[in-house]
Design a protein around this ligand. Structure first.
Ligand SMILES: [Zn+2]
Ligand SMILES: [Zn+2]
Length: 210
């Protein structure tokens, strides 16, 4: 039995996104802009009052801002992630079936090549202190640009028609006959007459028997 406690809604800001995500970056800023633009396009004032679903085509930084701003979270089942490596975010409003898809322009400028060159060094640990500092400066500038650029300059906002995404269901829990851990019955597989969990069936269990 699930009981949901609703918190009093509060205004959420980009600062809240940074706190949740752990750092500020252009990807986080994109997610922030996408969530804000989608809410505006769908006429959503307070996401906690609406039945919004976010379908994200990336598993990168931006989805953390989506969760904070649009209130669509992994735990509530209204955050769907397809890792297609695209900065594309679709929002569906269950109340009226309206949907909007937001994509980002690549936004290349002079600093892009420099950033890419330094990024490789920073992530392989071979950057000098100066390069490291320059990288953070470029990242900061890119983040500020994404946060403040006019919407039409950085993204495409399209109202689309789509089928309602399937609702997250609550499953009864059973015990895996292989590892003994509790598992939702709809996620079990029948192998050799036993009802077992997916990791046991696929041999990918994180706590393998020694
Ligand atoms: Zn990030
Ligand atoms: Zn198992």
């Amino acid at each position: 039995m699930h009981t949901h406690y609703h918190h009093a809604p509060q205004m959420v800001t980009f600062e809240d996104c940074i706190r949740f995500h752990g750092h500020s970056c252009p990807g986080l800023a994109s997610g922030y802009r996408a969530a804000k633009a989608a809410m505006e396009a769908l006429g959503v004032m307070r996401p906690e009052d609406e039945d919004l679903v976010a379908i994200c085509e990336t598993d990168a930084c931006g989805i953390d801002a989506i969760q904070v701003i649009a209130g669509t979270t992994a735990g509530k089942g209204n955050l769907i992630i397809h890792d297609y490596g695209k900065h594309a975010f679709t929002f569906y409003k269950r109340k009226d079936g309206k949907a909007v898809r937001i994509t980002f322009n690549r936004g290349e400028d002079e600093s892009t090549n420099e950033m890419n060159a330094i990024r490789a060094k920073v992530f392989s640990g071979t950057a000098t202190n100066e390069e490291e500092a320059r990288f953070h400066e470029l990242m900061h500038t890119a983040t500020v640009n994404v946060l403040h650029a006019p919407a039409e300059k950085i993204m495409k906002i399209e109202l689309i028609t789509m089928d309602a995404p399937r609702k997250a269901r609550i499953f009864a829990s059973v015990t895996c006959e292989c590892c003994g851990e509790a598992v939702a019955d709809a996620k079990t597989r029948r192998v050799g007459g036993k009802c077992i969990c997916i990791p046991c069936a696929e041999g990918t269990h994180l706590a393998k028997k020694k």
